[in-house]
Design a protein. Structure first.
Length: 205
């Protein structure tokens, strides 16, 4: 099994006197293709927390509706009940006991006591990453340029929906505890930066 975490970056939480903090929630949001899924897996490997991805749930819903990701985002603009159902799931997860990592655009909003991480990425780099991703079954594009255009359209669709539904701006970086542009960093470097910020956040709790 591939070890995504550098052993040198393992910390003894007993030394931080936070080993009894059993209900920590980590909310990971950010741009499409910014590396949220990889970071979630790395944090899971380090902390042992379960990972919940609302994006995966929404992609499965899009597949069931016979739509690609952009079509489904546009569909949700006029069907707010889908967002509301997914968002209620996030609220419920936030109330559960135990550590949890939530890969969700709005977990930072619905779980205010969480450690809030936001990943950014250059749109062209994101387009290349997603174009080459063979896992996302309903996110196929004819070219990197096609991916770049559709990623921007999805981002704007999501931003519009969240402003309309909840009056929040996901692009306001003051919402988050840790913001990283992942464009020119490796997954390991990103993990190290986030985990260092997480350790500092724990000290201040």
């Amino acid at each position: 099994m591939l070890n995504l975490v550098n052993p040198k970056f393992s910390f003894k939480f007993a030394e931080l006197k936070v080993v009894q903090m059993k209900n920590i929630k980590i909310a990971i949001s950010g741009d499409l293709g910014s590396g949220k899924s990889v970071l979630s897996k790395q944090l899971k490997a380090e902390l042992g927390f379960e990972v919940i991805s609302i994006g995966v749930i929404q992609r499965e819903l899009a597949w069931q509706y016979g739509m690609d990701a952009l079509e489904f985002n546009k569909f949700m603009e006029t069907h707010p009940e889908i967002d509301q159902k997914c968002d209620q799931m996030v609220v419920d997860y936030g109330k559960q006991e135990g550590g949890l990592i939530l890969d969700s655009r709005l977990a930072w909003y619905f779980i205010p006591h969480s450690f809030k991480v936001h990943l950014r990425v250059d749109n062209n780099i994101a387009a290349k990453r997603i174009f080459e991703d063979i896992i996302r079954k309903n996110e196929k594009y004819i070219s990197i340029e096609d991916a770049a255009q559709k990623l921007l359209a999805r981002k704007e669709s999501e931003r519009h929906r969240y402003k309309t539904l909840y009056g929040v701006d996901v692009e306001d970086l003051s919402n988050y505890d840790c913001v990283i542009d992942t464009s020119n960093f490796t997954p390991e470097q990103i993990f190290q930066k986030v985990f260092s910020a997480y350790k500092d956040w724990l000290k201040n709790k």
